[in-house]
Design a protein. Structure first.
Length: 541
């Protein structure tokens, strides 16, 4: 309806996963690189998770478009099936015939194995992609794991890519699925667009739709859109589409903030502004009345028990503001007034605790970033975003950026992590908490350290030589769950460079083949390294 009005050839904000509109954000680029790595690896599982509407399906569609010609692909969209039904669906996708009506797991697996052997003999690859994998039952997931047992002496016959919502990660963390989780060779969690990416995303879609003139979304409107949607592409599309329609109906040349807010309310089904304002005023009146009564009650308590009425009223008001202040806030209330003003003290103390686990010191007055200080102490440093499962696999102490009930930052150093309990250092004090309570406060940002190998003397570039190449060869072998070759390499040749580039792509690094502390840190995160650990035993893969 509004296309001709704004000079567009087609609707720019359709929620269908059209690869032509695929916007390659940093997160989507990494997600696609992980999937491509899985396609080109020698079997196992690749995992892509993300919140609803972040673009997982679009990434999957782009993967299929870029799939090498030597690949046979089976795509399962609705996995709410039994084990037999799922195996039958896989056979249907691959075009494998079987007698209908009396299917058994044994017969279907046998026919699938014959097909995979034929594919392998013709030097082709078989790829199974399962969307909405969070809907799989534990029983079906175990059956899928057993499919990776179909193999030759050289490699697995089937590569499986599972795509799902964050609940899939929780499902795979169950003890009964630990064997499957250990076979995941690459995993990535797709987050929302950043504030800086949202205007680029809007302009990209409008450009693909044929916009050649004007600015349909001013910067002030885009900022509001970012706050409303949290950067989730599907919400951005839905609200932007409705906002363009609203601007067209009003005869406006672009979307202003009022039009956007109206569109957001219509999309979410909220009440009108006047009704909402009246409702808020009513609740405010109730809140004030309750607070006054609470203060009177607090005065009585103060009179009777000699307690501090000011602190009581503050605590009571906090309980009314809708914020659930968890145990981490209650344990260090001083952090909310002292450290959050600058954010520096809490962070510096956390870095000091992290460096101490490696028997070295962090100097807050040094002036250099934490990772630069780490390098001078022969440590590899990693800063990034992750999830609990990744921290478990990493199995190294980490600094976590936490967020309190008021939305302000503070930092803790995680030093021990068991199944249900976590031990951490905060403001120089050691605390313990339930893992879930810690994760509820975690922003996802972390900083971790590893010991650089003694053989490392500086950046290793293609064609380089030396003992460090032998070390690299052994770690690449561990990455593939294989033994290092007997003939040790001292030359960083083209074959090893190719392996490193593929690994860098999956780790979200620039695939340039140059190895420095960051690549070393990512590599050790996958295969393990010496030094302090969060828990005893082998790190998860």
């Amino acid at each position: 309806m509004y296309k001709e009005y704004f000079g567009l050839k087609e609707a720019p904000f359709s929620i269908s996963p059209d690869p032509h509109y695929f916007f390659v954000s940093a997160g989507h680029r990494e997600a696609l690189a992980h999937l491509m790595y899985g396609v080109n690896s020698d079997g196992g599982f690749v995992l892509l998770t993300g919140e609803v509407g972040t673009g997982k399906t679009t990434v999957c569609r782009c993967l299929i478009e870029q799939m090498p010609e030597n690949c046979e692909v089976a795509f399962i969209l609705n996995p709410k099936l039994s084990s037999v039904e799922l195996l039958a669906a896989i056979c249907d996708e691959f075009g494998i015939s079987y007698p209908k009506g009396g299917e058994t797991i044994k017969d279907l697996v046998s026919r699938l194995n014959d097909f995979l052997l034929t594919v392998h003999e013709s030097e082709r690859r078989a790829i199974l992609i399962i969307e909405e994998a969070q809907n799989l039952t534990v029983e079906v997931l175990e059956q899928i794991r057993l499919l990776t047992n179909l193999e030759t002496s050289q490699r697995k016959l089937l590569q499986i890519i599972m795509i799902g919502q964050p609940e899939l990660r929780d499902l795979l963390a169950k003890p009964e699925l630990r064997q499957l989780s250990q076979r995941i060779t690459a995993r990535y969690h797709l987050g929302p667009l950043t504030e800086a990416e949202i205007p680029v995303y809007l302009n990209h879609r409008l450009s693909v739709a044929g916009l050649v003139r004007g600015e349909l979304f001013p910067q002030s409107t885009i900022k509001v859109l970012g706050r409303i949607t949290g950067g989730v592409p599907r919400l951005i599309n839905t609200i932007s589409d409705r906002a363009l329609l609203g601007a067209y109906i009003q005869g406006k040349g672009r979307v202003d903030k009022d039009t956007l807010l109206t569109a957001a309310r219509e999309v979410s089904g909220e009440k009108s502004r006047e009704t909402s304002r009246t409702h808020r005023s009513y609740l405010t009146t109730i809140f004030i009345a309750l607070l006054i009564n609470a203060l009177i009650a607090a005065g009585l308590i103060y009179y009777i028990r000699g307690s501090n009425v000011k602190n009581y009223a503050h605590t009571l008001a906090a309980s009314f503001d809708g914020t659930e202040r968890g145990i981490l806030d209650k344990e260090h209330p001083g952090a909310q007034t002292r450290n959050h003003a600058s954010g520096g003290s809490s962070r510096d103390m956390a870095y000091q605790a992290l460096f101490a686990t490696w028997q070295t010191a962090y100097d807050p007055k040094d002036g250099r970033p934490v990772c630069k200080q780490a390098e001078t102490r022969s440590l590899a440093c990693l800063e990034g975003k992750g999830d609990l499962e990744m921290i478990r696999r990493m199995n190294k102490p980490v600094v976590l950026r936490l967020i309190d009930g008021s939305g302000r930052d503070y930092y803790a150093t995680l030093t021990s992590l068991q199944e249900q309990n976590a031990t951490y250092t905060i403001e120089g004090k050691t605390k313990s908490a339930n893992v879930n309570e810690l994760i509820q406060r975690w922003s996802g940002d972390y900083t971790a350290l590893w010991r650089l190998p003694a053989e490392y003397k500086g950046l290793l570039r293609p064609g380089g030589r030396g003992p460090f190449v032998v070390w690299l060869q052994s770690k690449l072998a561990l990455l593939k769950d294989a033994r290092a070759q007997q003939d040790q390499k001292f030359l960083y040749d083209a074959a090893m460079v190719g392996e490193v580039k593929a690994f860098q792509a999956t780790a979200g690094l620039s695939p340039d083949g140059i190895i420095g502390p960051t690549t070393i840190g990512q590599l050790l995160m996958r295969v393990g390294g010496e030094g302090p650990a969060l828990y005893t035993g082998k790190a998860r893969k």
